[in-house]
Design a protein around this ligand. Structure first.
Ligand SMILES: [Zn+2]
Length: 459
């Protein structure tokens, strides 16, 4: 999740100072509550909102020249690459020029992270982040505070497209709590003036019921969370015959969500879902607009769609404009998407994607090694299953972890296994294991698919 200005070092403060700081924050109006940097960035991105394609491209080329120049001067890995490609940053005049630079892979970043660090930024001004190993490739990344504020600013731009207004109350259930823990141990939360934070790691049945009650009393306008959390709470409400807490919109992020899940969440909560897509590497950000399309914040980072071996799927290759501590140029995100070619009815020139299909690690592959794109269909209409995770151990063997809801019967599991076998191919062994809960990553995310089969269709 995007960190906030407030949390760095917060927990190191004595409780009395934390309380004072909270009270002070409560008195500051938006957007200054998130700091001066945020306010300036927010205004900057808001101004770009209605730029034409030509204006955006001019801006992107200027940003590419700037970040390439910085990389050439201060980042060892790129000094060599730019030279080898015969690319002088000052000479980048078109995206065709830019494509002379070879793609940077996650493996290269993993093998020698220090080679990608901008040595001219003092150590105290950059923060190291280790991404969870949930994708099988843990990474160490360096960011600046400005990087994080820039991402938050484009996130807010996206939410504003969908009706967020300063002063609206927000409930967040994504990532770790950023402040003092309030409430019972089984359902801790943090509270600011306009914002309440819940912990996605405390979502067993008891925690879920407590959080639903808390949402009812706090009455947020918007609920920012992972699709798996919105889904899990929706199923808890259905099981218990509870009315949903009233929210105007549900802001989702960090996990892929198929059309059925989205429809189920929207129907259960009686509120539209607005999705955001970002990544720890902070080189790409996308937000859903009021017309329902996912727009690339192409003034936050350049995104190139490079055709994969399975068209129309394209590799998402990105260059971030806001991480001077560790610039990533033409970075292969390992995400796949289908770009949209027609303009969006909302009128914004920011490019759009028709479909985001997630990471290479988030795919099942059939016996012939081809990606299974509709794996989510296997769970469709099996509403007695509260949560589920498909673990592909090998081409021959797949395990499914299932958290049964109140009305679950073993036939539901059998049906799920039958549908999966149909997609994966004859002779594939599919086993169902019922669990009390599905393990979540360090930041509380849940993965629907965990693949231990390495695909070889890199960009
Ligand atoms: Zn749009």
């Amino acid at each position: 999740m995007a960190p906030r200005a407030f949390d760095a070092g917060y927990r190191a403060l004595p409780i009395s100072v934390q309380k004072l700081a909270r009270r002070a924050r409560g008195a500051v109006p938006y957007p200054w509550v998130r700091g001066l940097t945020f306010g300036a960035l927010h205004r900057h991105f808001t101004r770009h909102d209605r730029w034409s394609t030509a204006e955006l491209q001019r801006h992107q080329l200027a940003q590419l020249r700037r970040i390439a120049q910085l990389a050439e001067r201060h980042v060892p890995a790129y000094r060599a690459r730019l030279r080898q490609a015969g690319l002088a940053p000052g000479d980048i005049r078109s995206l065709a020029d830019w494509r002379a630079l070879p793609i940077t892979t996650k493996v290269e970043l993993q093998d020698a992270p220090e080679a990608f660090v901008n040595a001219s930024i003092p150590a105290h001004a950059r923060q190291a982040r280790t991404t969870s190993g949930s994708t099988g490739t843990p990474l160490t990344l360096w960011l600046t505070k400005r990087t994080q504020q820039a991402e938050l600013a484009v996130m807010f731009r996206g939410w504003e497209w969908n009706g967020y207004r300063p002063g609206d109350r927000i409930a967040v259930c994504a990532g770790a709590l950023s402040g003092e823990r309030l409430g019972p141990a089984h359902a801790p939360h943090t509270r600011y003036r306009d914002e309440i934070e819940l912990s996605p790691s405390h979502l067993d049945e008891r925690g879920a019921l407590a959080y639903l009650e808390l949402l009812r009393t706090f009455a947020p306008a918007h609920f920012r969370t992972y699709p798996s959390v919105a889904m899990m709470l929706a199923k808890t409400m259905a099981d218990r015959g509870l009315e949903p807490p009233r929210v105007r919109t549900i802001w989702t992020q960090s996990e892929t969500m198929d059309a059925d899940d989205r429809a189920y969440i929207e129907a259960s909560w009686g509120a539209p879902v607005v999705d955001y897509y970002g990544m720890q590497e902070k080189c790409v950000a996308m937000s859903q607009c009021e017309a329902g399309r996912m727009h690339v914040h192409s003034d936050f980072g350049l995104v190139e769609f490079v055709e994969s071996d399975f068209p129309p799927l394209c590799h998402v290759i990105a260059t971030g404009f806001y991480n001077d501590a560790m610039p990533l140029l033409r970075y292969a995100t390992r995400d796949l998407a289908i770009p949209e070619t027609t303009p969006c009815p909302c009128g914004r020139a920011l490019p759009t994607v028709r479909r985001l299909v997630g990471r290479l690690e988030d795919y099942l592959v059939d016996r012939d090694g081809a990606p299974v794109l509709e794996a989510d269909a296997t769970i469709a209409s099996l509403t007695t299953i509260r949560e589920c995770q498909i673990v592909q151990e090998s081409l021959e063997r797949t395990r499914v972890l299932v958290v049964p809801g109140r009305h679950y019967q073993s036939e539901d599991g059998d049906e799920l296994a039958r549908r999966l076998r149909q997609q994966l191919g004859d002779g594939v062994e599919v086993t169902i294991e019922t669990k009390a809960r599905i393990p979540r990553t360090k930041t509380g995310k849940q993965r629907f698919i965990v693949s231990r089969v390495t695909s070889n269709w890199e960009p």
